[in-house]
Design a protein around this ligand. Structure first.
Ligand code: BES
Ligand code: MN
Ligand code: MN
Length: 455
């Protein structure tokens, strides 16, 4: 049987199996889902085993386990390390889902479920592509799988795992599908990810909530102060005002910018898709540049005071915000967190107390386009899409990728198949049936061309 025939014959089962995985609510951020996250690790291990992997191990960590499996066919052949994650983002706000987040269903050729695209659907393509190669006798090199359960909460246990398992994880390249393409008829390969610094801030005013009439006007309102402090962190050009924030940013050349501008993009479609009458961002940069080569500062959540039904007249004792900063080469997440903390503490008026609590961080990544692995991925995509993929730097983060290079000395190929419109992290996340099978079809060609080019 050819690969194509094998995929065609097993099409429904490949969908059913993904659905089974999507039904398990592996939300890593919220401890109430803990049992389900562990259950998902078992399910991933089981599917690796059924696909033909060996030496499978569900490796415990202080958090959620890392699932390992491998197929070594010949020690002299190259080895590809596949990385993916089985954890998902919280489904909230649940009310906005048209179908329940953990009851996958197909509508208009799309699989709707939390994790359908990020990353269960994309990770599972690799297990199925492996099964295809195993059952058609076409596996041309060794494979190692490392699927983690804490990507959405910063992968803090994966770095130590890499340190301790250098020997077991020996490979020639890392292959990841956890990013996207420009459109189903415009294939692309991700060549850059932004880094991340994530902090939570707490502003305290009076020691208790106060009547906003009796005290209002005479004491600091921590919510007002927090809003002023946040507003002051950007100037009229949407430039971040934290001193030193841009000092390590690598400014790219005019030639590189001209190259980037060639990627197909329609501002009108972009706005229409998000129901926006205008875009917003740093002066002097295009939309694509703003989400790839420029750092950001965004409030991800803000709360305090009374938010229930009706009106309560109150000055809150405390206000909070969660703030993310996306980073670009050569910004260092710890240094940026430190700059933020110093700035925020100094900027606070004496009338309040502030506390900055750092969360996870991650380094930015840029991958080469002149490497064998990039060329193999590009050739595989060209083969199955009928078009050469465009290299694109994207705005999201996968903190572990930088550590593959720093700890294991490995380059990564980011060959994802999602779309920006798949609503990852949002209600109604979905993944195209087309994209799922395009991935399963393309991945074996990566192995084929990579093995050939490595000879
Ligand atoms: N798969 C995404 C990252 C991504 C998506 C990159 C689309 C490029 C295109 C990943 O699961 C993710 O969501 N990462 C987090 C970082 C993490 C530390 C929570 C992110 O980017 O917010
Ligand atoms: Mn992901
Ligand atoms: Mn994600």
């Amino acid at each position: 049987m050819t690969q194509e025939q094998y995929i065609e014959t097993n099409k429904n089962r490949f969908l059913d199996e993904l659905f089974t995985l999507l039904r398990i609510a592996s939300v890593s951020a919220d401890p109430k889902y803990s049992a389900e996250v562990f259950k998902t690790a078992d399910a991933v291990a089981d599917s690796l085993k059924k696909a033909g992997a060996e030496n499978i191990e569900i490796c415990p960590t202080p958090g959620y386990p890392i699932v390992y499996g491998e197929k070594i066919i010949d020690k002299n052949l190259p080895t590809v390390l596949v990385y993916g994650h089985y954890d998902v983002q919280p489904p909230d706000p649940i009310d906005l889902w048209k179908s329940p987040p953990f009851e996958p269903e197909i509508r208009d050729g799309r699989i709707y479920a939390r994790g359908a695209c990020d990353d269960k659907g994309q990770m599972y393509m690799h297990i199925k592509a492996f099964e295809v190669m195993m059952n058609t006798g076409t596996l041309p090199c060794n494979i190692k799988f490392m699927i983690e359960g804490e990507e959405e909460v910063g992968s803090s246990n994966l770095g130590p795992f890499l340190e301790k398992n250098r020997e077991r994880l020996k490979a020639d390249v890392v292959l990841v599908s956890d990013t996207g393409i420009i459109a189903n008829d415009v294939p692309s390969i991700t060549t850059g990810l932004r880094g991340l610094s994530y902090v939570e801030v707490e502003v305290t005013g009076p020691n208790r909530d106060l009547h906003s009439g009796i005290y209002g006007g005479a004491v600091a309102n921590p919510i007002n102060i927090l809003c002023e402090m946040i507003a002051a962190m950007k100037d009229e050009n949407n430039h971040i005002t934290i001193p030193g924030f841009y000092s390590d940013v690598v400014e790219i050349t005019t030639e590189e910018r001209a190259e980037m501008a060639k990627a197909p993009f329609s501002l009108e479609e972009y706005k229409a898709h998000l129901d926006l009458s205008d875009i917003h961002g740093e002066t002097g940069f295009s939309t694509n540049e703003r989400v790839s080569i420029r750092p950001t500062l965004d409030v991800n959540g803000i709360w305090g005071g009374y938010t229930g039904e009706g009106a309560k007249t109150v000055i809150a004792s405390k206000a909070f915000a969660k703030i993310s900063m996306r980073l670009v080469p050569n910004q260092h997440p710890d240094k940026i967190t430190e700059l933020f903390k110093n700035y925020f503490e100094k900027a606070a008026p004496k009338s309040v107390k502030v506390e900055v609590r750092p969360h996870h961080g991650g380094f930015p990544v840029v991958t080469p386009t002149d490497s064998i692995e990039y060329k193999a991925a590009a050739k595989a995509m060209e083969h199955t899409f009928g078009k050469k993929p465009v290299p694109v730097r994207t705005g999201g983060s996968i903190p572990i990728i930088a550590l593959f290079e720093n700890i294991l000395g490995l380059k990564t190929v980011l060959m994802g198949f999602g779309l920006d419109s798949d609503a990852i992290h949002s209600p109604n996340e979905h993944y195209g049936v087309f994209n799922y099978f395009k991935g399963i079809e393309t991945i074996p060609f990566f192995y084929k061309f990579y093995a050939e080019m490595k000879k």
